[in-house]
Design a protein around this ligand. Structure first.
Ligand code: FE
Length: 275
């Protein structure tokens, strides 16, 4: 019911919780960091959460008379909207793969479903984790306006993060377009629940940006060797699913994102799950 005159035209969803507003009658500001002690509004209260009967502490003008002065959170909000749209598309795409091609593959963990976790912008590109019943990958998507549709599927790239260097494999899918994936876990049988997988994914997104995990990363060759067998099994299962689909003259599933490496960032945190 409350609205803002001026460029926002009452669109509450266009201002962030950090927006500093000002009364257009007397120019008294409302800064959420300060709140409003004349009305017992606590510091940290966003303008959009003020009671409907709140009014200008100076001239008593109603909320609707306030304009955006400046909004330090608006970029963050725009970013969140982009991330939300991109991850939603990714989840839809892989959920379709799950229902169409992977459901009956023995190696899948049926306790899990496709979910995007911990997504953020990193160097201008969406970065986050995709959990599925058969893999957990760290995924990078193109920046706005960047075209990854002609990525060479299977091409490998090494990306640096504070915790170390990680190998990403390029891929494209019809719906998702180009993306780069770093395999964290595959198969996913060690996870007892979706919540357990989400917890590990969240921990990975924190550890990825921590330098103290760099030493662990250097052990990646050991981990890789230890996991080769399991990884091969997943690939075989995916290839079998592809063959089966082909035999039925269905479109051949494109699952070249088959994990080939299990990276060490997950190893320390995963040990409680995996062992
Ligand atoms: Fe006022």
């Amino acid at each position: 019911m409350s609205g803002f005159e001026g460029s926002y035209l009452g669109a509450n969803d266009k201002i962030s919780p950090r927006a500093v507003m000002e009364c257009k009658i007397c120019w008294t500001p409302y800064d959420p960091e300060e709140g409003d002690d004349t009305r017992q509004v606590l510091p940290g209260t966003p303008f959009i959460h003020l009671p409907d009967d709140w009014s200008c502490p100076n001239c008593d003008a109603p909320k609707e008379q306030f304009l955006v002065s400046h909004d330090p959170g608006s970029d963050a909000m725009a970013e969140a909207a982009v991330l939300s749209a991109k991850t939603k598309a990714l989840v839809t795409d892989f959920t379709e793969v799950w229902h169409a091609k992977m459901r009956d593959v023995p190696i899948v963990n049926k306790l899990l479903h496709v979910q995007a976790v911990g997504w953020r912008m990193h160097e201008g590109r969406p970065l986050g984790i995709l959990i599925s019943p058969w893999f957990m990958n760290l995924i990078q998507l193109p920046a706005e306006g960047e075209d990854w549709n002609d990525l060479m599927a299977g091409a490998k790239e090494v990306h640096s993060f504070p915790s170390g260097q990680y190998e990403f494999i390029c891929n494209t899918r019809e719906q998702t377009g180009g993306y780069k994936a770093c395999s964290l876990f595959s198969p996913m049988n060690d996870f007892k629940s979706q919540a357990a997988a989400v917890e590990v994914a969240e921990a990975v997104m924190v550890a990825l940006f921590q330098e103290e995990h760099r030493a662990e990363t250097d052990r990646s060759a050991d981990i890789r060797a230890a996991r080769e067998e399991e990884i091969a099994a997943v690939q075989a299962a995916e290839e079998a699913a592809a063959e089966e689909a082909k035999a039925k003259e269905q479109p051949v599933p494109i699952l070249t994102d088959a994990p080939t490496r299990r990276q060490i960032i997950s190893a320390g945190m995963a040990s409680s799950e995996a062992d």
